[in-house]
Every structure is written in structure tokens, then in C-alpha cells.
Design a protein around this ligand. Structure first.
Ligand code: F6P
Length: 322
């Protein structure tokens, strides 16, 4: 019998609860025990763990956030911090760990697995969708749907008032939320960190829009765009185009909350189940991914080495349909 510890780490993402539930239910089915670590690696260091029962995961599949809570732990980046965490896990007889989080969480997982010499498996939970080795991460679909709903409302008022809106979506290092939101709302332009933003190019597009009587518009800006966030880009455009009345909306953390979409619940369930299957097969230091509809296992080293790539086809689609 195994004693698995499960934790959520880094930025929360809708569907994390569904993933915890899948890990717990799949482990129980194997006759294993599961300990829940509160507040990610920080809770591991502070010995903040509980033994999970069926009651803990009952009625959680539809809830946003993570009932295990989450944190970004500086202390876990140090050998001393990890040694504390490892001694607590050893005292409790933990012999495997499932980490639900993003690339920073998986880097911690690599160190933990090496230093404690136990298997660690990861499930990609981040709204950013930037992890290599999976088509989608848990929380991304919900975040895009949240952003799309918000931008649809903005489009209504933008049209009524003949205004140009710059809407900032999350993505400090990645433009995936911006890209799909932009396609779904029919944005006039999408600015993302993965491509160089030329304000002059954007300006000439807006000039031709104006010339063809387009009097309102939506520009989606990823927070990590190289020209700065939506406030900065709007300022630069306004200086060149006094005829446009520009407005800025920063969507912020509403993208991280809310009930997970059906797609995220299903993805999280498959990945949580996949994590226990991986442990059963004797795998370690792998992330569970879903590629082309199939569950796959990607070594942590690969998943954390490079980000997923933005599809040039989707980028072109924005231009083709504007
Ligand atoms: O969850 C990922 C992410 O949303 C990034 O896109 C964003 O920059 C970051 O987390 C902000 O997280 P926090 O506010 O928790 O530091």
C-alpha cells in the first residue's frame, strides 16, 4: 500500500479541486492512503498536512480555487527548506507525491524527488496554458471563457460609445489566454509576449479601420507584452490617434476564479487519475499531459525546459478575420 501526498502549488486554477478529487478517488480505489498538504510546499515545510477521507472531496468537482489552498514558497527553493519538508513526509510514511501546479511547482518536484528518493508526479494546473507536453492545462479553458464573457460585455459598451478598448488579460510570460480570447471575441488585434509588438504596425491597422468607418474596437493585451500592459499600450496609441477615444480594462484575478468549465473538470479528472496510474506503473518525475486526446507522460525536465509554442496558425487567424 502506498501513502501518497497531494498538494496544489503556485497560482490557483479552476479545476484544481476536480484534480485533487480524481487523485484521491483513484488512490482509494487502489487501496492507498492520501495525505493532503495545505498551502503547497510551504505547508510541507510547516508540517501542515491532513489525512484525506472521502468527505474531503465529496461535492468539490464544481468548485473554483483549491480547498487545499496554495502558495509560492521561497523557502522550498533552499536545501534547508526542502530538508524540513522531507523530514515531515518521512515521519508520516509518505512514499509518493502528486503536485498540481505550473512549471515552478515542477522544478520543486524535481528537487524533492531527487533528495527524498521517492516518486513524484505532476498534473499541470495553471490558467496560463504554457506547459510543454500537453495541449491544455487545468484552468485555461475556464479562464478563457471568463475573459470572453467579460470582453463581450465590453464590446457592447464600446460599440454604443464608439470607443477603442484595450483589455488586459493574464499572462506574465505567455500569450495563450490572450490569443484564444482574441479569436473568440473577434478582436481587432492581440498583443502577446511571444511576438514583438510594433506600435506603428498597430497604428496603421487602426488608421485603416478608422478610414473604413470602423468606430469601435477591442485590442487584447497580455499582461506580459513587450510594450507593457494595456495602460501603457493605450497611452502610446492615444498619442498617435487623438480621434479614437480609448479606454482600458484590466481583467486581473477574476480570470483565476469561478466554477471550472466542463472541459476543465474532465481534463482535471483525467489528469488526476493519470497521476495515480503513473505511480502504479512505477513512473516518476513526469507530468501527466493530454495530447491529441490521449493521456501522455512527459519528463519534468522537458515540461519545464521550454514553454509551449504559440500556434502561428492561430496568430494568422486573427489577422485573416479582422
Ligand atoms: O496563474 C498564472 C498567472 O495568472 C500569471 O499569468 C500572472 O502573472 C500570475 O499568475 C499572477 O499571479 P499572482 O497574482 O498570484 O502572483
Amino acid at each position: 500500500m502506498k501513502h501518497v501526498a497531494v498538494l496544489t502549488s503556485g497560482g490557483d486554477a479552476p479545476g484544481m479541486n476536480a484534480c485533487i478529487r480524481a487523485v484521491v478517488r483513484s488512490a482509494f480505489r487502489e487501496g492507498w492512503k492520501v495525505a493532503g498538504v495545505y498551502r503547497g510546499y510551504q505547508g510541507m515545510i510547516e508540517n501542515d498536512l491532513i489525512e484525506i477521507t472521502q468527505d474531503h472531496v465529496h461535492n468539490t468537482i464544481h468548485r473554483g480555487g483549491t480547498w487545499l489552498k496554495t502558495a509560492r514558497s521561497e523557502e522550498f527553493m533552499t536545501v534547508e527548506g526542502r530538508q524540513k519538508a522531507i523530514s515531515h513526509l518521512r515521519e508520516r510514511g509518505i512514499d509518493a507525491v502528486v503536485v498540481i501546479g505550473g512549471d515552478g511547482s515542477f522544478r520543486g518536484a524535481i528537487a524533492l524527488s531527487k533528495e527524498m528518493n521517492i516518486p513524484v508526479v505532476g498534473c499541470p494546473g495553471t490558467i496560463d496554458n504554457d506547459l510543454f507536453g500537453t495541449d491544455f492545462t487545468i484552468g485555461y479553458d475556464t479562464a478563457v471563457n471568463t475573459a470572453v464573457e467579460a470582453v463581450d460585455r465590453i464590446r457592447d459598451t464600446a460599440t454604443s460609445h464608439n470607443r477603442l478598448f484595450f483589455v488586459e488579460v493574464m499572462g506574465r510570460d505567455a500569450g495563450f489566454i490572450a490569443l484564444r480570447t482574441g479569436i473568440a471575441v473577434g478582436a481587432e488585434a492581440v498583443l502577446i509576449p511571444e511576438t514583438v509588438t510594433y506600435i506603428e504596425d498597430l497604428s496603421s491597422k487602426l488608421a485603416s479601420d478608422w478610414a473604413s468607418q470602423r468606430r469601435s474596437g477591442i485590442i487584447i493585451v497580455a499582461e506580459g507584452d513587450d510594450q507593457g500592459g494595456a495602460v501603457e499600450v493605450a497611452k502610446q496609441v492615444q498619442e498617435r490617434f487623438p480621434q479614437w477615444e480609448t479606454k482600458v480594462t484590466v481583467l486581473g484575478h477574476i480570470q483565476r476564479g469561478g466554477h471550472p468549465s466542463a472541459l476543465d473538470r474532465i481534463l482535471a479528472s483525467r489528469m488526476g487519475h493519470g497521476a495515480i496510474q503513473a505511480l502504479k506503473q512505477g513512473l516518476s518525475s513526469v507530468m501527466v499531459g493530454v495530447k491529441a486526446g490521449q493521456v501522455v507522460y512527459i519528463p519534468f525536465e522537458q515540461a519545464t525546459k521550454h514553454h509551449s509554442e504559440i500556434s502561428p496558425y492561430l496568430l494568422d487567424l486573427i489577422e485573416a478575420l479582422r
